[in-house]
Design a protein around this ligand. Structure first.
Ligand SMILES: [Zn+2]
Length: 306
């Protein structure tokens, strides 16, 4: 299986490259984010995955941000209201889109990887808004919802789960337990603040300790600016028992879209990535605002392989 190769690379202390952004890359290619473009423009989504594979990514992540039953239900008063006024397929659309997201990643790999092992990570985030831990459901509720979501990802053929932009230990543990119950390897990636803490005030040391018994394949930081993940990584690396990594964002959040800025062009990003590797990171990629160019520059500048 593709993940075994990644696991072995990490065990040898080699750098594993994750992909860059998908959502903001769709925007950059002059499309809206509606329906994740999984049904309207599958060609564009597939091409973005292919570009990341060609750039050298070892792991690509699916274009499935917050595709959950809850995300659709949240637009309505309750389930009866959804059934009463919603489009006919709305109750099952999350799962259908998840399967489409995994399939596009698989197609891109089949067409582009050329025999190179590339793992497909099912991208799954918080059940409510990723910057609002105060909205999170109870751990029991979260575990059940994550489980039904992870089951769809696993059945569709993901090699691992990437639980990303997680903002609390409680939700991270619930997601990790769901992945273990389904029997799929998983990485957990937290969003951190300027002090390198979770938005709940919990520390990354506490987060690493809480996850450790659940045997995550890696613990990472994402969707915060480079200086913030650098602070967080220093803390995480001090307490690591698993491989660690980072994939910060570049630019500014401009809801619901993204403001692209030139604060961290690819060459500067590479300089930072060398610092992250020096701090102990073995998984590097990019979050919102990064492009296939960033991954290509990391591949040329960080990789110890041809
Ligand atoms: Zn992001």
């Amino acid at each position: 299986m593709s993940y075994d190769v990644i696991r072995q690379k990490l065990q040898r202390g080699r750098v594993v490259l994750l992909d860059g952004a998908i959502g903001t890359e769709i925007l950059r290619r002059d499309l809206t984010w509606a329906d994740h473009q999984l049904k309207r423009r599958p060609d564009v989504v597939r091409a973005i995955h292919a570009d990341y594979i060609a750039a050298g990514a070892d792991v690509i992540s699916t274009n499935t941000f917050q595709l959950t039953r809850r995300a659709f239900l949240n637009h309505f008063k309750d389930l009866d209201h959804l059934r009463h006024i919603g489009a006919p397929d709305l109750e099952t659309r999350w799962a259908e889109l998840l399967r489409a997201g995994v399939e596009l990643a698989r197609e891109a790999r089949a067409q582009t990887a050329g025999g190179r092992p590339v793992a497909i990570a099912g991208a799954m985030t918080t059940l409510e808004w990723c910057f609002r831990p105060d909205l999170a459901p109870s751990p029991d509720q979260a575990r059940a919802e994550y489980r039904e979501t992870v089951e769809v990802f696993a059945a569709a053929g993901c090699d691992l789960m990437l639980v990303e932009t997680v903002n609390s230990i409680g939700e991270a543990v619930a997601a990790a337990e769901a992945c273990r119950a389904v029997g799929i390897p998983f990485w957990v990636s937290f969003v951190c603040d300027q002090q390198g803490k979770l938005f709940t005030g919990e520390t990354l040391e506490q987060a690493a300790r809480a996850l450790d018994p659940l045997e995550p394949g890696a613990v990472l930081l994402n969707c915060a600016p480079p200086p913030d993940v650098t602070v967080g990584l220093a803390e995480l690396a001090r307490h690591r028992t698993r491989p660690v990594g980072v994939y910060p964002h570049v630019g500014r959040f401009n809801p619901p879209e993204w403001l692209f800025t030139d604060e961290y062009p690819p060459d500067r990003y590479l300089e930072l990535a060398r610092q992250w590797v020096a701090l102990g990171a073995t998984i590097i990629g990019g979050c919102c605002g990064t492009t296939p160019d960033y991954i290509a520059v990391l591949k040329r500048g960080l990789s110890d392989e041809p």
